[in-house]
Design a protein around this ligand. Sequence first.
Ligand code: ADP
Ligand code: MG
Length: 347
Amino acid sequence: MSDSILGIIGSGQLGSMLCQAAKKLNVRTVVISDDEQGPAQTYADQFIFAKYDNQQKIKQFIDKADVVTFEFENIPISILKQIEKEKKVLPKPEINRIIQNRKLEKSFINELGIETTKWAFIEKAEDVTKNSNLLPGILKTNTLGYDGQGQFILKSLADVKKDWCFTADYILEKKVNLKKEISIIITRFIDGETFIYEPIENLHKDQILKHSKIPANIDEKTYKKAQKNAKLIADKLGYVGSMCVEYFIDQDDNLLVNEIAPRVHNSGHLTINAFNISQFENHIRAVCGLKFEKPKKNSNAEMINILGKEIEEYRSKTFKEDEFFFDYGKKIIKEKRKMGHLTILKK
Ligand code: ADP
Ligand code: MG
């Protein structure tokens, strides 16, 4: 199906990297986005700028694409379902319905017998009082959070009266005393064939990913369990494409699922240089029904996220032969905004 046109919803850096991978495979792309300046338009064959409720533009997008995927999960589910009536959407919108909602996501994972952080669903201030055993904890909006947005740290019940109010549904999670964070990228094909990349070790600063590396410094048992649970999740969801499972490892070496990202993921950027088939290429192969090829690792690697103004320094830097700089080409520099990344291949 390499002569088909892939529709991609969203035009950020993940969209850019998906378009570049598609090019390599002779798959043409049409991107739709509500960001007029979205960087992926540089790499897409066609670009549609539209608010996601613009019916006429959505129709145009549906007509142009043979199969549709997305770079971010917080797309209104009604739109994904509307597209699905006419064209195949992969991963399935039903998966998004679960994962966009932290309560449904965590319930789904727990029902598979997989451990998450301890959590409770919160609608009003009294619900926090009832679940004070989860303090110190993190209150997260039940939907629409990313890069730490919509999160409030509650040290004690006194914080409930602070500067936020209950305008949305939340979940309250017990704060985990983290030893490490890791993630698994898994690509699952339509026939159920899967490739599970090795665990990636991640470091967050102010709830935003700053650094990733392979190999992760973890024991064999954790390595295997992280991969096994990711496969269980992908199989149960009937997932098609690349997805990410983010894990916490606590001080007692318990492996807890933090969250699932039903898409390619920032921690997997190092797969572009460290593997012959990246998470992006693998995603395109899976959703377009191309042949499964087992990716091969050619190097260890580290990735550094370049945030906000840091990009200016990188733009004038010279790099060594094992350093790969990616500038996302975002027009506006904002504090903590992901502007680019650097991958360094390691022995
Ligand atoms: P987002 O949807 O913004 O990625 P996450 O739930 O993944 O939100 O949180 C972002 C980061 O914040 C995590 O990777 C972790 O570093 C920190 N964090 C979130 N929840 C907890 C928790 N319950 N305990 C400890 N750290 C947490
Ligand atoms: Mg996260």
